[in-house]
Write a protein that binds this ligand. Sequence first.
Ligand SMILES: CCCCC/C=C\C/C=C\C/C=C/C(=O)SCCNC(=O)CCNC(=O)[C@H](O)C(C)(C)COP(=O)(O)OP(=O)(O)OC[C@H]1O[C@@H](n2cnc3c(N)ncnc32)[C@H](O)[C@@H]1OP(=O)(O)O
Length: 287
Amino acid sequence: MFHLRKVSRDVARVAVKTRRLSSAPERSLVDLSVDKEGIAIVQMQRAPVNSLNIELMRTICDSVSDLEKDKCKGMILTSASPNIFSAGMDLMELHNPDMKRLEEFSKSMFDLVLKLFGSKIVTTAAIDGYSGAGACVVALALDYRSMTAGKARIGLNDTAVGIPPAKWVADLMTRTMGQRNTELALTSSFMFPAERALQVGLVDEVAKDKEDAVERCKKFIKLYDNILPAVRTHTKLSLRQDFIVEFEKNREQYLKDFMNTITNPAFQNGLDIYISSLKQKKVKAAA
Ligand SMILES: CCCCC/C=C\C/C=C\C/C=C/C(=O)SCCNC(=O)CCNC(=O)[C@H](O)C(C)(C)COP(=O)(O)OP(=O)(O)OC[C@H]1O[C@@H](n2cnc3c(N)ncnc32)[C@H](O)[C@@H]1OP(=O)(O)O
């Protein structure tokens, strides 16, 4: 666990009242609440599997911006879907896409990664269920991850949908898990149960259930209670600056690479088969 040096100084905080912000229609994709201590829960609720489409990614992004403006202590990203944190990118956004929307999709995806990775507040995830590919990228962009033991799996299984992991995705994983573990994870597309994910550093703690995962996130956020937020943010961002600068510098190229991969006919054929197999699974289960 982490040991943060105590700084004996009053930390001025803007009082954040407990409230819900999910009344606006576009905000119904997440349920956002902030407790009396200034810790926010951003709960994804895009049924059935929280697949990341443009609207969900933008909503998460906007929510984090709001929380930063409000000077929240920290946020916990979690899911309303039982057994699923998120199924990753919305495959329907990638399947026979409209070019303009695909470009918007790519931009929203990059904006979200940068927003989460470069956030001023403490960012955590309580992962209570499947967290594959794009969802694992989202989790990796946060400061801390707790994950429930059991059936939940996390990993970058991009090759399963025919997407070779982009360099920045591999970099993000390497920062967390180191070169060797990342190489093994990416080349094998291994989906880690919580205990294995903990061993390789993909998650920080294993929880017994969702409630416990949320509590562990809160505990992590409170570790910073005696550190001046501006000092913590400065330190975090200076350690992350290399990734952010590199990302901004290559953003246009990453966008082109992503668009080229998705629009490749071989990728579209593979995706056709993959989506059919997902649907078929349901038909078989019902039979
Ligand atoms: C900033 C964020 C993005 C960052 C990414 C950045 C860069 C690129 C990095 C990586 C590339 C990432 C690629 C991807 O993320 S591609 C998506 C990869 N995800 C998957 O392959 C998961 C596929 N789904 C499953 O394995 C299962 O559905 C599940 C999640 C384990 C859940 O199983 P369960 O049995 O509970 O449900 P169903 O399988 O019956 O599914 C219900 C329903 O949902 C549809 N669905 C499932 N997954 C997706 C999806 N990813 N997108 C769209 N729709 C999905 C499924 O087809 C069912 O639909 P139906 O109409 O039949 O009800």
